[in-house]
Write a protein that binds this ligand. Structure first.
Ligand SMILES: [Fe+2]
Length: 231
């Protein structure tokens, strides 16, 4: 529910060959349903929807070549700005797989107040905000108690598989371990961008979480919660 597999629309898969390899890697990892979430960020990633839809069709065709039971749907990783809620209300960018879920990203400069106001504003309009890679933001890293407030408010929290596995350093790994132990995480995603440094890695992470936390929580994170994202 957070990955950059659509070829040529953002800083994810550079071409069709890479996109197909990434699909093959996801499939080998046990993934059967993928929501591709190209970046939208004002002034940085503003690929027209027409291009995204065209390239998404290409990704669907590639998925059909990889396996009959590999499903690909469309979403967006939306970088927060002041008019985001209004933009979502007029369908400027897609929600996750046509559901009420919206994947929202912040920058490390956003304050907690910015973040809180944004997710609450989305929620008031009927969206279900999911905060992308919560382990990245200083305003949450330095005040983990805020994650409980967000969870109590019904905001969903996503962590990257690589962060759980220690690919972003021991500090991030420790932080994620604590989040897992407190069962604060709702979604784990690959946030895959390529076949190398930021490759699909959900299989390895699911194995790790099962070993550390048991199969119940692992199933919730990797199967039950993602299954709720849909029409
Ligand atoms: Fe991403």
């Amino acid at each position: 529910m957070h990955c950059h597999l659509i070829p040529g629309v953002d800083d994810g898969a550079a071409d069709e060959r890479t996109a197909k390899q990434m699909l093959q890697m996801e499939y080998a990892d046990g993934v059967r349903r993928i929501i591709a979430t190209p970046h939208y960020r004002r002034g940085m990633f503003e690929t027209p929807m027409e291009t995204i839809l065209k390239q998404f069709k290409v990704l669907q065709d590639l998925a059909a070549q990889v396996a009959d039971d590999l499903q690909v749907e469309l979403g967006c990783e939306y970088h927060s700005h002041l008019e985001m809620t209004e933009a979502m209300l007029v369908h400027e960018r897609p929600t996750l797989a046509s559901s009420p879920y919206v994947l929202v990203e912040f920058s490390s400069r956003h304050t907690y107040r910015n973040l809180w106001n944004q997710v609450c504003s989305l929620q008031q309009e009927g969206f279900e905000p999911i905060i992308a890679h919560i382990e990245r933001y200083p305003c949450l890293r330095e005040h983990p108690e805020r994650l409980h407030d967000l969870a109590d408010q019904g905001i969903f929290l996503q962590v990257n598989a690589g962060s759980i596995l220690g690919e972003d350093g021991m500090g991030v790994k420790r932080f994620c371990k604590r989040l897992l132990q407190e069962e604060l995480i709702d979604f784990v995603a690959s946030d895959a961008h390529d076949t190398d440094k930021r490759r699909p890695n959900l299989g390895k992470c699911a194995e790790y979480v099962t070993k550390k936390m048991g199969s119940n929580y692992a199933q919730q994170l990797f199967q039950k919660n993602p299954a709720k994202i849909g029409v």
